[in-house]
Ligand binder design. Sequence first.
Ligand SMILES: N[C@@H](CCC(=O)N[C@@H](CS)C(=O)NCC(=O)O)C(=O)O
Length: 420
Amino acid sequence: MALVLYASNTNKNAFKALVTAEYSGVKVELAKDFVMGVSNKTPEFLKKNPIGKVPVLETPDGPIFESNAIARYVARLKPDNHLYGSSLIDYGHIEQWIDFSATEIDANIGRWLYPRFGYGLYLPPAEEVAITALKRALEALNSHLASNTYLVGHGVTLADIIMICNLSIGFKAIMTMTFTSQFPHVERYFWTLVNQPNFQKILGDVKQAESIPAVASKKPAQAKEPAKPKAKEESKKEVKKEESKAKEVAAEEEAPKPKAKNPLDLLPTSKMILDDWKRLYSNTKTNFREVAIKGFWDMYDPEGYSLWFCNYKYNDENTVSFVTLNKVSGFLQRMDLARKYAFGKMLIIGSEGPFKVKGLWLFRGTEIPQYVLDECYDMELYEWTKVDINDEAQKERVNQMIEDAEPFEGESLLDAKCFK
Ligand SMILES: N[C@@H](CCC(=O)N[C@@H](CS)C(=O)NCC(=O)O)C(=O)O
């Protein structure tokens, strides 16, 4: 008889046990009629897991909660299961990677993703810390996978199952190709395993996130009023609300929504055509000041566009040239979402570290577009100052940045990158 697992059919934590069951020839099935947010709040369920979270596995000897513990139990149902390796040291390494996956990968993906989904407070510096920690973990994983097909030994183990399930929510919901391409061995490992029949059967076709989800809501949490006894109608409404919230949670990743028009497309028409400027910039090879810079100011429309200086907040960390250059390239890649509405120049300044990173950006609209601030996390890493075009000194600084003038503010340039 199959063991019953309480969870929705999109829950990556439940997938751990289900994939393990596939590899082990054990029967585990999802509880029928389970509704996330409702079924797991009943007194009956709370006896199985007092915290009311899923997954929970019902066994002949009682329930088990915590997805990794459940997956371990399922693996152990098969004696001498190859998922646990073939030696004590394999076992040690499998447990090592399971813990690494939980604490370094899953936790940091969650700290990045869930506040954006509105589960928890969204704080840009906290997000930055989570992304840095996740990158550190993925770099370590990437190095290991540079010379290993699997985490341990020469076949799939429980460590791979748990790692792939944890990575799956990241790949599906927030880790775009721009992000994961920094970790090519992790990409190869993930796509190879997730397409193995035993994973495919449970996870289905996995599609990588194309963009970083926008922050769901920035409203500060309201102080809760003391609970009042609810009228019958009101509590019915509450149940309905719970149910629809439950459905949202169960969906785990949102279904693609029809694309809303970018608010920048609704702005009054501007006399400045961004593509004309980008073309002029690219095609001007000589007399840059007289042709490109003059052309820029001739076409610049301060009502339809704005200019911004940016200054990296953590320049003292830019001690290694290629790391600094990669950081700026990553920023420009992530700005891809603004290609139709922006032009930028980024200067990496100095002949030796720490290098200064300063830039100039032209944005459609008189403010920095809100969706760029929300969706490109690098924006937080810079101080932004609006250019006062009535100030000749600031205008001259704009000119120097557009033309990569050297020396810039008394220093040579390590590099200049253009976003167009
Ligand atoms: N560490 C737990 C995490 C369980 C967990 O966070 N479950 C979520 C769904 S993926 C849940 O039940 N949330 C409902 C709630 O927080 O009430 C595990 O691995 O099983």
